[in-house]
Ligand binder design. Structure first.
Ligand SMILES: [Zn+2]
Length: 371
């Protein structure tokens, strides 16, 4: 086991932040698995999963079972972790510029395309090496003057050439669910089943380049841009939503860490008997099929549905109660599906998304992720 420190550039004088990086197995070996947690800083369940994961990996390494290389970043966002405002955590958006920490990662596709133009061969393995080199050079060429930009670049530098990349998040109150690229859905199904995920949401482009898409999408796009040359999808990535913000326990973390280890065994990163894949709790459905329930009024939200509940068209999801008039309105679902996540707070403002339902058919377009 090796523990590295990656320093971020500082925006203001007299401050210094860094990432702590755990490494298991030989750095030059493949397959390489990269796991990071809490890019939205106050999404804590993944931090405990990372602790359990590192403990397991340390033992596996001692037993000579780490065949490839595993990288774990337990706290991927030290900037967001420091953004506590009078006791209230504020880890989703950067106070410096208001942007979501998991958006606007560098899109390396066009630059990498220019670098591989005329150099691709008919050999898929050679092309993988060439594209990885081009992506790395393109990443090195990106500028990062602010601490926030240096954080995003550092996370990509640690992960862009990995075979498997897992980004651990959580929702407000939620059951486990997973986001991945549509083209990676089949590869993601065993992972979703191992995690007990109740929604597997897929999109080719979900909007504003979140971390997982920054890793996997260049491969899909380069393959489309150069159809005469074989370019396999050499980086798999997925965003794992580990239930709700307060679903933090050793039992849950141990279970999720085991699922990630099983995924690593399944893909040859770790030696071991092939894990038994449980029956999937859900099919892959389009992210465009997710219907956010939006309240038109402010008030107290009284939920009628619990995360994981199946919902039919016309079912009441929640009531919004106006405490001044004592009147309430009923918010119903326009689609059938699973209500996989809901807000953690119980006072809502007009226009707020209070719950999300995953349906089988696309009902939205444009930017598909929550703000
Ligand atoms: Zn998140």
């Amino acid at each position: 086991m090796q523990i590295d420190t990656v320093s971020l550039s500082h925006t203001t004088t007299g401050t210094a932040r860094s990432l702590t990086v755990y490494r298991f197995g030989d750095t030059n070996k493949r397959p390489q698995l990269y796991v990071q947690s809490s890019l939205h800083a106050d999404e804590v369940p993944g931090m405990l999963v990372a602790v359990h994961l590192c403990n397991r990996l340390e033992a596996l390494e001692r037993d000579g079972k780490v065949r490839g290389h595993v990288v774990v970043v337990p706290c991927a966002n030290p900037i967001g972790l420091s953004q506590s405002i009078q006791g209230a955590a504020f880890g989703r958006f950067a106070l410096a510029d208001g942007t979501n920490f998991n958006r606007h990662f560098a899109d390396l596709t066009q630059g990498a395309a220019a670098r591989v133009l005329g150099r691709l061969t008919k050999d898929a393995e050679q092309n993988i090496a060439l594209v990885r080199e081009a992506l790395g050079q393109e990443l090195m060429a990106t500028r990062s003057t602010t601490e926030l930009a240096s954080l995003k670049r550092a996370l990509l530098e640690l992960s862009f050439d990995s075979d498997y990349v897992l980004d651990l998040h959580c929702d407000g109150e939620s059951v486990s669910h997973v986001y991945t690229a549509t083209s990676l859905a089949a590869q993601c199904k065993p992972l979703a089943a191992l995690l007990g995920a109740e929604a597997l949401l897929t999109a080719e482009v979900s909007g504003d380049n979140p971390f997982d898409e920054a890793i996997s999408r260049p491969w899909a796009e380069l393959a489309r841009m150069f159809p005469d040359h074989p370019i396999p999808q050499a980086s798999f990535s997925a965003t794992i939503e580990l239930r709700g913000e307060t679903d933090v326990s050793d039992a849950l973390a141990a279970r999720d860490a085991r699922a990630i280890i099983d995924f690593a065994v399944l893909n040859g990163v770790i030696d071991g008997a092939p894990p038994e894949i449980p029956e999937a709790k859900c099919a892959a459905t389009p992210l465009a099929g997710v219907l956010p329930i939006v309240t038109p009024r402010a008030g107290v939200v009284v939920f009628a549905k619990t995360p994981g509940d199946r919902v039919n068209v016309g079912d009441e999801v929640a009531r919004i109660v106006d405490p001044l008039t004592r009147e309430s309105i009923s918010l119903k679902s326009d689609i059938a599906g699973v209500m996989y996540a809901r807000l953690r707070l119980r006072y809502v403002t007009a226009g707020q998304r209070i719950a999300k339902i995953a349906g089988a058919n696309a009902v939205r377009s444009g930017k598909l992720l929550s703000p």
